[in-house]
Design a protein around this ligand. Structure first.
Ligand code: ATR
Length: 287
């Protein structure tokens, strides 16, 4: 992204994250560690923006000279109408988590899906082409992941959802981009045996429900890759059970780190110092 390379005479780098609530966000820690590592002067601030203030806040990005912001819950869909342009992948996914301000022109991107896939490939799965991937859930997070996954040429993506019609709707919407199969949770047993990778995108197993798993763990084939978007806890019960079946596991922290890394690269044009960013976030978890 040549046009996005940061010019140092532009003054300090102003970045932030808009959400409601926001104080739990680990994004400031992630990005300030990266800025420090690269010697970039500036700040990344948490911005508590209520829905009724979103439009004014987005205009404020230009007025205040912010280089960019991340967008988090609950604004990822609604923010799109206030931008000057939305990248075509973000448009297809239907959500924006990163805004870049190029001289007063605001463009929205989605780095969640590509961040997740980069993390999965680097940390657990390697090449995804030709693989069969079972995705549990089909909400906002799953859309980003499945969209990015389809670009990796998998043999098949099976979308399993509690409400089967939602999975069927998604499979229909994106049927021209790859082989997508929809099923309900009660039918999962018919599909698990052929999965090379299982990805949980639901919140089942998230703190405080530590004793729950999204599927019967007896259905997980031995030795596959099992991935969970949840990062609190860092190792869900699903992942613990997967280890006992000889699986390679992949937790949700990587997605968080890499979505931030892509955003950082869009804003600065510099390679994100990923190990430093990961270490800073892990320190927040006391690891
Ligand atoms: P996110 O942005 O985190 O993906 P979302 O868009 O609200 O959140 O989507 C949540 C997904 O998790 C949905 O696929 C939802 O299934 P439904 O379409 O049936 O609602 C799934 N989900 C949430 N809680 C679940 C539960 N207890 N068991 C199974 N699936 C669940």
């Amino acid at each position: 992204m040549e046009s996005n390379i940061l010019k140092h005479d532009d003054g300090p780098l102003l970045l932030g994250v808009m959400g409601d609530p926001i104080k739990q966000s680990k994004s400031p820690v992630l990005h300030e560690a990266a800025m420090r590592e690269l010697g970039l002067a500036g700040s990344y601030v948490p911005l508590h923006i209520r829905p009724e203030q979103l439009e004014a806040a987005v205009k404020g990005i230009k007025a205040l000279g912010f280089r960019g912001v991340n967008i988090t819950v609950p604004h990822k869909v609604n923010v799109m109408e206030f931008l000057d342009a939305v990248d075509e992948d973000a448009r297809a996914i239907g959500a924006v988590n990163t805004i870049v301000n190029d001289n007063g022109f605001l463009k929205g991107f989605n780095t969640d899906g590509i961040g997740y896939i980069r993390s999965l490939k680097e940390e657990a799965a390697g090449d995804l082409s030709g693989s069969t991937v079972l995705v549990l859930g089909c909400g906002g997070a799953a859309r980003g992941i499945i969209w990015a996954l389809l670009k990796e040429n998998p043999d098949e993506v099976i979308v399993a959802n509690r409400t089967k019609e939602n999975a069927e709707r998604l499979a229909r919407e994106w049927q021209s981009f790859g082989r997508l199969t929809a099923c309900g949770f009660e039918e999962i047993k018919d599909y698990t045996a052929r999965a090379d990778i299982i990805i949980n995108t639901t919140s089942v197993g998230m703190y405080p429900n530590l004793n729950e798993t999204p599927i019967d763990v007896g259905l997980i084939p031995e030795g596959i890759v099992v991935s969970d978007l949840i990062y609190n806890p860092l190792k869900t019960l699903l992942l613990q059970e997967a280890v006992s079946k000889g699986c390679r596991i992949h937790g949700g922290l990587g997605m968080f780190v890499y979505q931030g890394a892509f955003a950082f690269e869009y804003w600065t044009g510099r390679p994100a110092p990923i190990p430093v960013m990961r270490k800073a976030v892990l320190a927040e978890f006391g690891v």
